[in-house]
Design a protein around this ligand. Structure first.
Ligand SMILES: Nc1ncnc2c1ncn2[C@@H]1O[C@H](COP(=O)(O)OP(=O)(O)OP(=O)(O)O)[C@@H](O)[C@H]1O
Ligand SMILES: [Mg+2]
Length: 510
């Protein structure tokens, strides 16, 4: 694939989202496109995937060569044959859930979906699915409904569904976001295997993570233009361009609240099992490696968060972090034990009383945002419980959104979209903040902003419980890090996992 993008203009925007970008994607290569929020990465992904400009009204001027066919763009969008295109390019977007059809009843069928149009014989289809499921350790999920997956599991399944198509070019937007270390390692290993078989892989990222270290080619975007090319140059300019560069020595953890501070969020002996779906009750046995449906997910979980304290909850994908966090808002009821929030029993208190005491940031902002402007979103509330206008303005300011009040949340880069969701929570000034993976999709600048927001929230006496896979962030900005595992909650004092400090290798650098 070769791209020569002279300019790309989104419908209704005045400046180009991309300009003067040339990329040659060779077989067996790994191209890393790094950039902060709004740098043009997702626009580039959309063009590579063949859905931009499509019918969006966007204007592309340039030339794309794909599998020997050249498409010229001169403002007007030539109709590309998307069915042909997706045979060559598979693209997992930043919101991985969007890649899944979610109409299939099992993960296995979801994986078969992308193959059905390829006319592959059934045995070959089954073999391919089994291979990719093995590589990404998905065997235990194949019979599960795609609609009930954890955030990390959703991303893995989407990556598997794209990889299984056998496309020549695999485009992955933030493939490691929200994955635990083991899953991230499996994705990296799969990328190596695909490359060895000739697949070209393109990774778009706002962090120079483990995959970036293996890039054969790297470019850095800022404001839609290429500002650095080659692994060394990209690494040198990354931080200034808003890209997260892991391995920066974690800042010293801030001091926690005084010992006499009240506990405002408390889990006591919490247990939880998913109900056995009707469809599965008829089956005799689960698949190897899978906890049978209905098996205990959480048992004996106890955790107390005090006023003014910020606690980070880590733990593998699927360990139950989201499930646990949702209990604080009464969105999930514990099967055993109690969850108390500002003195309320979360399983019994009226939802409006809970919502006044606690604010929840959903793991996927798509579950949180539904208004047509940023301002309406942040000012939203049921009658009688709307945030005060000064609090709305303050939340917008704190999240760096003051100039974007009239923007449509879905036209903002993902990093800012998450900040909009966070602002909706902050505007209510809840005593308890429950944030599910707030660092995911934030670029470097927004991550620093989040650090300041957490400090301000705990400074005013709020209790914060956040889940994250980003230990470096947790160690620098939270008072305590705890991890959730099969035996419940443990204080986490493990050293940063090896590989966290990897960035793009700089052949000339130190
Ligand atoms: N209806 C259901 N039936 C069975 N299992 C389910 C159901 N809904 C969710 N699960 C499983 O419960 C487990 C816990 O999910 P949860 O979202 O709490 O995990 P998590 O720790 O937040 O993971 P991640 O780090 O990926 O966000 C996952 O394995 C998930 O697939
Ligand atoms: Mg989760």
């Amino acid at each position: 694939m070769e791209l020569d993008i002279r300019s790309y203009l989104h419908a209704g925007s005045t400046g180009p989202a991309l300009s003067g970008l040339r990329l040659r994607i060779e077989p067996a290569s790994l191209t890393v496109v790094a950039g902060g929020a709004g740098s043009g990465k997702s626009t580039l992904a959309g063009i590579m995937a063949g859905y931009l400009p499509g019918r969006t009204g966007g204007l592309l001027a340039g030339r794309i060569l794909l599998a020997g066919q050249q498409v010229e763009y001169a403002g007007e969008a030539p109709a590309v044959n998307l069915r042909q295109w997706v045979r060559h390019v598979a693209c997992v977007p930043q919101d991985a859930r969007a890649y899944l059809s979610l109409v299939r009843s099992t993960v296995e069928e979801e994986l078969a979906f992308g193959l059905e149009n390829n006319g592959l014989p059934q045995p070959e289809m089954a073999a391919r699915i089994a291979a990719v499921a093995r590589q990404l350790d998905l065997a235990g999920l194949l019979q599960r409904s795609p609609a009930g997956l954890s955030g990390g599991q959703e991303r893995l399944v989407a990556i598997a569904a794209a990889a299984v198509t056998g496309a020549d070019v695999l485009v992955l937007d933030e493939p490691l976001a929200g994955l635990d270390a083991a899953a991230a390692g499996r994705v990296a290993a799969m990328v190596r295997r695909l490359r060895a078989a000739g697949t070209a892989v393109v990774v778009l990222t706002q962090a120079l993570d483990g995959l970036a270290a293996e890039a054969s080619h790297a470019v850095l975007l800022r404001g839609g233009t290429l500002i650095a090319e080659g692994p060394g140059a990209v690494r040198r300019h990354a931080a200034a361009a808003g890209v997260v560069v892991p391995g920066a020595r974690p800042e010293a953890a801030p001091a926690g609240p005084p010992a006499e501070a009240d506990t405002v969020l408390e889990y006591r002996g919490v247990g939880f099992s998913h109900p056995v779906p009707r469809r599965r009750r008829l089956r005799r046995r689960g698949h190897a490696g899978e906890a049978p449906a209905g098996a205990q997910l959480l048992a004996g979980v106890s955790l107390a968060v005090r006023a003014g304290e910020c606690v980070a909850l880590t733990g593998p994908n699927g360990s139950g972090k989201t499930t646990l966090l949702k209990m604080a808002l009464g969105l999930v009821r514990p099967g055993a034990g109690t969850v108390s929030v500002a003195g309320l029993d979360a399983a019994r208190a009226p939802l409006d009383a809970l919502a006044a005491a606690a604010g929840f940031l959903f793991q996927n902002p798509a579950d949180q945002l539904f208004e047509r402007t940023v301002l309406r979103e942040v000012a939203f509330g049921p009658p009688g419980a709307r945030p005060e206008p000064p609090a709305v303005a303050e939340a917008l300011e704190a999240c760096g959104l003051a100039g974007l009040a009239q923007a449509h949340p879905y036209e903002l880069p993902a990093s800012q979209r998450r900040l909009v969701a966070l602002a909706t929570v902050l505007a209510r000034k809840p005593r308890v903040l429950v944030l599910d993976e707030p660092t995911v999709s934030l670029d470097g600048h927004a991550r620093a902003l989040l650090g300041r927001i957490l400090a301000a929230a705990s400074g005013r006496g709020a209790a914060v419980l956040l889940s994250t896979h980003d230990l470096e962030f947790a160690r620098s900005h939270c008072h305590r890090v705890v991890s959730l595992g099969p035996d419940g909650i443990r204080e986490d004092s493990s050293p940063l996992p090896p590989g966290t400090e990897t960035g793009i290798r700089d052949p000339a650098g130190p």
